[in-house]
Ligand binder design. Sequence first.
Ligand code: UD1
Ligand code: CA
Length: 475
Amino acid sequence: MKHPLSAVILAAGLGTRMKSSTPKVLHKIYGKPLIQYSIDSVQRLNPKNTIVVVGTGSRGIENSIEGYKLSFVVQKKPKGTGDALRTASQLLKGFNGDILVLNADTPLISASTLQRFLKLHRANKDDISVMSFIIEGPHSYGRIVRDNDKVKEIIEDKDADEEQKKIKEVNSGVYALKAHMLNLLKKIKLNKGKGEYYLTDIIGLSVKKGSKASAYVLGNETEMTGINTREDLYKAGLYIRDMIVSEWMRGGVSFVDASSVFIHPEAKIGADTIIYPNVHIEGKTVIGKGCTIYPNSRITDSNIGNNVVIKDSTVIECSTVKDKAAIGPFAHIRPGSSIGPSSKVGNFVEIKKSIIGEGTKASHLSYLGDAEIGKNVNIGAGTITCNYDGKNKHKTVIEDNVFVGSDSQIVAPVKIGKGAYVGAGSTITKNVPALSLAVSRTEQKNIEGWAVRRQVRSEKLEVRSEKNKRRKGKR
Ligand code: UD1
Ligand code: CA
């Protein structure tokens, strides 16, 4: 390979400004840890290897980002970015190419920006280069100090004097260096104020040594944002949200109020789907074409077919909804469910780990758990599957074309055969044979004239109490 590349991602800092027990780089934007955004961008450059420097307090990182080819190295104490790269250099012995270094807390830097930076670094045959950007207003980034246009050093905000503080060109935390430049890391002196070895000092050291050092202004302030506080995290989230939503608009998806919709980076949405305000589409959800998703719904890790209507305030988790089904309003589809084509799950219906067949309707106020329900079944309002006996869960099977009358309880394990009817208000505890009627309530009794007799009785009582009052008054 002409230009072998290694990447190093620095992720061992304490992230104290987040005020959190979770390592900073594991804070998430739309379900994806910050560090994973950097890793995804870096991997698009096809480095030979990617080294992640983690701290002793951030061991969880290894488990949180699976499915990548990464090498981890532990920086025992967070002694600064210079020390972090030095720790990584153990794994770079014998490597003879370019090293791309970046902070793990800059999730918005795109692969194309990194690519452009690397191209400049290589084209100009730099020994070391740093990616910079221009920022207005107050901030705490390191200042790029230039001497007759040539980069001279980087001065951290804390160490900058009044004049240096006015410099608008700042350090993004992305560097490219030839492997032999790693030798300079030993020469970085401890910054006494912060008790850290600053990687930024390597620029000044390179210039003094006569190496070729450059700073390239690329990207913009938003893209280069380093996440140090919860506010930074929030703002980066909004930026990513806008990018994702715009991408889906280009893909043919309509939004009523895009500013209130949140779509995870791995979710997919088909063309001609319309999304109302306050909708959250999470995880690896796939939504088909021509769907309508009404306000306040949350869909997580689910597969939604084509032309599905999801009405207001519906939650769908880890489930499948087939073409032309209608769900909600106020429905809850819990994990492990499959809702058949052209079926209807209506108001206040909860479904858990159940299969609902084609054309089946459960329109109002039901709980269906651990159930296997066939085609064209009608589940009357208020039907409950009693799936739990206090210890174990049991299965309910309702075959095709069954009609379950309202307010029925179906005590599992139980099976209702094809085409059978269940009378309203029944408690079903035994299997129901196909094509039969099951009723389990006391027969209705009509007592004729009862209301008239009741009326007469109550009038008599009233007359009597009036008399009593008058008698008492005379005394
Ligand atoms: C750093 C730069 C600053 C730049 C800014 C860009 C230094 C000294 N300063 O400042 O010039 O403008 O990034 O966002 O480098 N880390 C370790 N080990 C440590 C300390 C930090 O791995 O001992 C990691 C952190 O996890 C983080 C990254 O290095 O991902 C940067 O550390 P941070 O403390 O956020 O540096 P900044 O103060 O933002
Ligand atoms: Ca930072």
